[in-house]
Design a binder for this molecule. Sequence first.
Ligand code: NAP
Length: 260
Amino acid sequence: MPAPERRTLLILGGTAEAAQLARAAVAEFGPNLTVITSLAGRTSSPAPVAGAKRRGGFGGAEGLAAYLREAAIDLVIDATHPFAAQISRHARLAAAAANAPRLALLRPPWRQEAGDRWIEAPDLEEAARALPALGRRVLLTIGARGLDAFAGCEDIAFVVRLIEAPRAALPLRHAELVIGRPPFTLDEERQLLHGRAIACLVAKASGGARPAKLAAARELGLPVVMVACPPPEPGESVASVAAAMAWIAARLGTAVVVER
Ligand code: NAP
């Protein structure tokens, strides 16, 4: 019997789910599938990923379409963060242009639970407008991009948590930096919120595994300004790594054992 044709999967990554998927795909389909994970290159020391890796932008949707053709990509899985809307739009356009099947790996949204005090904001600007009524010491866990939206909150003392030190000065009048790589334990989150006398937390409604910061805020009775997620791109999608593995298997014409 002839050996099955070797295929190439591009995972658009930068998330824990993308890293899990790369690990599972290399382990399961390694002999028949080259797995390439693409990272934007925002952090200088990203967590390791299984398989091949590339870093940096493609140059818009056209650049990504050219890359898909040049690298002979057979399958594309967009496992980027739900707030990374631009690359997801480019992935949809480029995959269509290069005629490559594309799947989006989406995260199930978080639901408010009893005791949560969430204030929903449609965007970062609205989140900033909500803050003066909620407290004078605010923890921002929204990443480095988007901090400009809070520049006008001159009476608020911010604690800004980032994965690594920013390259430029923070655009905030009063800000203290906390550097740390998620996930954090409930105890670490309690200590951060309590120890820095935080009155309010700003988070992006990123979905997926519920981070401990939400439980810690609930325990302390703190309001959380929850910034709404942009809508996902239209197209085929799944909500788990296991389902993405089944999609790859179907495209490769092989069976996969899906753990439940
Ligand atoms: P974005 O606004 O959607 O994308 C901006 C540009 O960055 C894209 O047009 C593309 O440049 C490049 N890019 C983004 N993701 C890429 C990838 N995986 N591989 C190669 N190029 C990529 O994205 P973002 O919000 O800045 O996020 C950047 C990365 O960080 C994403 O991969 C995402 O998964 C990860 N991340 C984002 C967040 C968040 O809150 N936004 C949180 C955690 C992780 P070109 O146009 O030049 O191709």
